[in-house]
Ligand binder design. Structure first.
Ligand code: MTE
Ligand code: MO
Length: 253
């Protein structure tokens, strides 16, 4: 709404300031107003659709023949630290996923143990805010299974994912609420397109939280932490991009 008002104000300014351009400016004004109304309409329908569907609705799943022939990488494509290099050199045999925070039984889980849990595979569309999408197949245990094993405490409200890649002095991290954490399509993927997850796409394990945008899909997950509040994690906004560029914490699609 503020955008619509400010555009109108700008147009009004032009109209009073330059009478000769009145017709042209008025046309621009109408056009901008129509555009703003259209965008509002889009938001309205999206909001309505989300309300009707509910947060537990499934993201669309696709057929194998709809998978993208190329799925690009984005953001970090290799954490490149000594620790990560050593883990990768050994096929992540020594990697352990730490599950800690507000849980009754902190866990340290190997890749073999993750693969031995009941698995879910899903072909979904990844949407990056930068304006590209790709359809790929992801496989791994449901996050909820792991959280049940660890036993979430009553005071846990969010699940934080700590990643291996650093950007300057801060590590990439992301977080989701318990609705998404227990959503059936929220998995810890160790396989992509029927192969072991590559380093570029987040080996050994990345989050897939299919109702949200690309930056929520944390790669290189090293630790999972259950917390009551996000305010003491990073700079407090719930994720790397949320902290540094004010991205929305809830990036629903
Ligand atoms: N650890 C980590 N996870 C990350 C990123 C990153 O830089 N580091 N980039 C995010 C962004 S913006 C996108 S679009 C996807 C890209 O995933 P892909 O490389 O598998 O395409 O990962 C997300 N998860
Ligand atoms: Mo992205």
């Amino acid at each position: 709404m503020s955008r619509l008002i400010s555009r109108r104000a700008v147009t009004a300014g032009l109209v009073t300031g330059a009478g000769a351009l009145l017709t042209g400016c008025d046309a621009v004004g109408r056009n901008e107003t129509a555009k703003a109304l259209l965008f509002q309409g889009e938001d309205f329908h999206r909001t309505l659709q989300r309300r009707l569907q509910g947060r537990d609705a499934l993201a669309p799943e696709y057929r194998p023949d709809q998978m993208s022939p190329r799925f690009r990488t984005n953001g970090a494509t290799n954490p490149g630290t000594d620790e990560y290099r050593a883990l990768a050199a050994d096929g992540f045999r020594d990697w352990r996923l730490q599950v800690r925070g507000l849980v009754r039984r902190p866990l340290s889980v190997s890749l073999a143990q993750l693969r031995a849990l009941p698995q879910r595979a899903q072909i979904t569309r990844h949407d990056c805010v930068e304006g590209w999408s790709a359809i790929g197949k992801w496989q791994g245990p449901r996050l909820s299974h792991l959280l049940d094993l660890a036993g979430l405490r009553e005071d846990a409200n969010y699940i934080v994912f700590h990643c291996a890649d650093r950007h300057g002095s801060t590590a990439y991290y992301e977080s989701i609420d318990l609705i998404d954490a227990f959503h059936p399509q929220t998995i810890l993927a160790w396989a992509m397109n029927d192969r072991l997850l590559s380093i570029g796409h987040g080996a050994p394990v990345r989050l897939r939280v299919e109702r949200q945008l690309g930056y929520k899909q944390a790669k290189y997950v090293m630790g999972i932490e259950a917390v009551a509040s996000l305010s003491n994690i990073g700079r407090g906004k719930g994720g790397f991009w949320e902290d540094v560029a004010d991205y929305d914490w809830y990036a629903g699609i």
